[in-house]
Design a protein around this ligand. Structure first.
Ligand code: NAD
Ligand code: LMR
Length: 332
């Protein structure tokens, strides 16, 4: 394992996810026994709060944490960074429709993508968490044409983890027993959890659970609407579980996925499974040698194909809005 520090930039560092995520990174949960330099990017009004978080990070006396710096300038924050975690975004406000939301976020993710393209390290990997995460990743990618497109990913790992948790609870087993599931499409309520190739304790999931009505109905709806359910319960969107999923995504990307299993990441499509090129969509993936590879050749049921078409249509509608707004060229 390398001993030179890895530079990591986290945007929205003073927010709820940042408050959990930064400490997980500093503790070594994300990159194992590798020293890290943290760069925290915030809007000017939140810089003071981010400085407070930086003080607490110092007070954690984490052996792997080499430095913490706070910025309100994207060019400086992304300078030399190898891992960019784009968490800060514009939340939906009352009266905002999807186009308003996408326009506001284009104003954040296009400049940040540009700053990554111009200042980040050559090996930069980007994970977009801030919603609407898939399309924000497409916007950032379009603004950084010199960075390989595959380095811009969006987070569907929380959806993946939620699906595992529901299946494990239904079967009365630990989460580690569930393998080879994934979640297609958009991080929205059109997402499609797919268990058709999965196993629980080595037994095919549909055999082990033996309740297709639950799998195709309540399970799917519970996973796809879990974010809203957490908001209704907490009065704020999921934060620690989102941070944990971001840690899982980057750890697997850098260090590799476990042999014999796969996971979910939203990647710019290269046309696999009929998903139009350039849409950033959740797909089954493994990671080898620091690169995501789409798991190919899976047979999709009729129901999954229908649901996949709907979540792709959802992504296309978002893509069409940001094309109209000029954030993404119509060809990407
Ligand atoms: P939060 O409101 O607590 O924090 C967001 C932070 O981002 C704030 O501190 C804000 O000042 C900062 N910010 C806003 N614009 C910025 C900019 N241009 N540059 C840098 N920082 C900026 O929100 P949170 O709970 O931390 O959630 C962050 C985002 O993650 C939201 O969009 C939320 O919907 C999303 N989210 C995604 C998933 C997922 O699975 N993809 C899960 C949970 C939450
Ligand atoms: C989640 O899935 O928990 C979040 O994306 C919900 C949200 O709207 O912030």
């Amino acid at each position: 394992m390398s001993t030179s520090p890895v530079r990591i930039t986290v945007t929205g560092a003073a927010g709820n996810i940042g408050y959990s995520l930064l400490f997980r990174i500093a503790s070594g949960s994300m990159l194992g026994d590798t020293p890290v330099e943290l760069r925290l990017l915030e809007i000017p009004q939140a810089v003071k709060a981010a400085e407070g978080t930086a003080m607490e990070l110092a007070d954690g006396a984490f052996p792997l944490l080499r430095s913490v710096d706070v910025f309100d300038d994207a060019d400086a924050a992304f300078d030399g960074t190898s891992i960019a975690l784009l968490v800060g975004s514009m939340p939906r406000r009352d009266g905002m429709d999807r186009a308003d939301l996408l326009e506001a976020n284009g104003g954040i993710f296009a400049p940040q993508g540009r700053a990554i393209g111009e200042h980040a390290a050559d090996d930069v990997r980007v994970l977009v968490v801030g919603n609407p995460a898939n399309t924000n990743a497409a916007i950032a990618r379009a603004a950084a044409p010199d960075v390989p497109g595959e380095r811009f990913t969006a987070m569907m790992r929380l959806d993946h983890n939620r699906a595992i948790a529901q299946l494990a609870a239904k079967a009365g087993v630990g989460a580690g027993e569930v393998s080879r599931i994934h979640v297609w499409g958009n991080h929205s309520n059109t997402q499609v959890p797919d268990v058709d190739h999965g196993t629980i304790g080595g037994v095919p999931i549909r055999e082990r659970i033996a309740d297709d009505a639950w799998i195709d109905g309540e399970f799917t709806t519970t996973v796809a609407t879990r974010g809203a359910a957490v908001i209704a319960a907490r009065g704020a969107s999921s934060a620690a579980s989102a941070a944990s999923a971001a840690v899982d995504h980057v750890r697997d990307w850098v260090l590799g996925t476990p042999e014999g299993d796969w996971t979910t990441a939203a990647l710019p499509s290269e046309g696999h499974y009929g998903i139009p090129e350039g849409l950033v969509a959740g797909v089954p993936v493994i990671s080898r040698g620091g690169r995501w590879e789409v798991v190919q050749g899976l047979e999709l049921s009729e129901l999954t194909r229908t649901r996949l078409a709907a979540t792709v249509a959802d992504l296309e509608a978002e893509r069409d809005s940001v094309v109209r707004l000029g954030f993404v060229p119509s060809t990407s």
